[in-house]
Design a protein around this ligand. Structure first.
Ligand code: PEP
Ligand code: MN
Length: 338
């Protein structure tokens, strides 16, 4: 961190800044120019923040010189990290598609969905047992019963399961059902206590981007999980809010190369919640894979018209199978497989 002093800052003001830096067990380097004195803090500057210094008299401004995230950054770990989800790699050469319904509805629906997901060639399945709904009066998910149905359906086809955790109090239940990947939804991206809880275990976590979160806030949210010891983190872009109203969210393709540069962790994309309409999903999915996404999270329902949640954006099994076919070609062009 560097602290730039005002033109004419007094020796006493400079000494106060130096003492403040030392009070955090860091060293200070004072560099006197012809017009300005600049003070550098030497050591782990992540303990410091600009507001510590900006209120001191004589300080013009202060700024970090290293990134605030560390464990998740590519500076810290140069090679791509591959997350092992029960033997299925995410972040390697193979693009992984996670398919399944928005929510777990019935055993019959899950059995049928699992069959279609497996038939399409996927190794991972999605489905929410706990649903974050805008209205408290709509279907909230089947809860623990839903986890049971999901596990039963997925086990028949050896599929790994991905499901959202909204409340840390359910974490033990998730572990009991051996949920393979814990999804943190867009609305929970900055629920720091929840992030700390999933940081304490070693299950892979899909961290969805907050619908209004910057890339840097998203990386910091991942750092919360990593700081607890769990480095099995997968970023998931699911569309952000903008002024546009013609679709549910804007799928931020730009964030894919940006994240790939900033972090060694895998990046997947959810084209379903981005577009919000089934007819957009394939185009968005192809764009995401072409841009370098390590995987996709796609909503597929055995009978979309009857889906209890997000019916508009679910692909039917045939559309899902066709999408898988077209993605193979895109993956091959960029030297990956599906
Ligand atoms: C979901 O994937 O089911 C979901 C609720 O997504 P998001 O958190 O991105 O809205
Ligand atoms: Mn959904």
């Amino acid at each position: 961190m560097i602290i730039v002093m005002n033109n004419g800052a007094t020796e006493e003001q400079i000494d106060t800044v130096v003492a403040k830096i030392r009070s955090f067990d860091l060293d200070a380097n004072v560099s006197r120019g012809t017009e300005r004195t600049v003070i550098g803090a030497i050591g782990d500057e992540r303990k410091l923040s600009p507001e510590i210094f900006d209120t001191l008299s004589g300080v013009e401004y202060s700024m970090h010189i290293v990134k605030q995230y560390k464990i998740v950054s590519r500076e810290w770990h140069k090679d791509n990290s591959i997350i092992n989800v029960g033997g299925v790699p995410i972040g390697g050469d193979q693009v992984q598609v996670i398919g399944g319904p928005c929510s777990v509805e019935t055993q019959e629906q899950m059995d049928s969905a699992a069959q279609h997901v497996a038939d399409a060639g996927c190794q991972l399945m999605r489905g929410g047992a706990f649903k974050p709904r805008t209205s408290p009066y709509t279907f909230q998910g089947n809860g623990e019963e839903g986890l049971k149905m999901f596990r039963r359906a997925a086990d028949k086809h050896n599929l790994r399961i991905v499901t959202e955790l909204m409340d840390a109090r359910m974490l033990d239940t998730f572990l009991e059902y051996d949920v393979d990947v814990i999804q943190i939804g867009t609305r929970s991206m900055q629920n720091f206590e929840l992030l700390k809880e999933v940081g304490r275990i070693n299950k892979p976590v899909i961290l969805k981007r907050g619908m209004s979160a910057t890339v840097s806030e998203w990386l910091m949210a991942a750092e919360y999980i990593a700081a607890g010891g769990n480095h099995n983190i997968i970023f998931c872009e699911r569309g952000i809010r903008t002024f546009e109203t013609a679709y549910r969210n804007v799928m931020d393709v730009t964030c894919i190369p940006v994240l790939k540069k900033e972090t060694h962790l895998p990046v997947i994309v959810d084209p379903s919640h981005a577009g919000g309409k089934a007819w957009m999903v394939s185009a968005l999915a192809r764009a995401a894979v072409a841009a370098g996404a390590d995987g996709l999270l796609v909503e597929m329902h055995p009978n979309p018209c009857e889906a209890w949640c997000d019916a508009d954006q679910a692909l039917n099994p045939e559309e899902f199978r066709d999408l898988m076919g077209s993605l193979k070609g895109i993956a091959a062009v960029i030297g990956r497989s599906l």
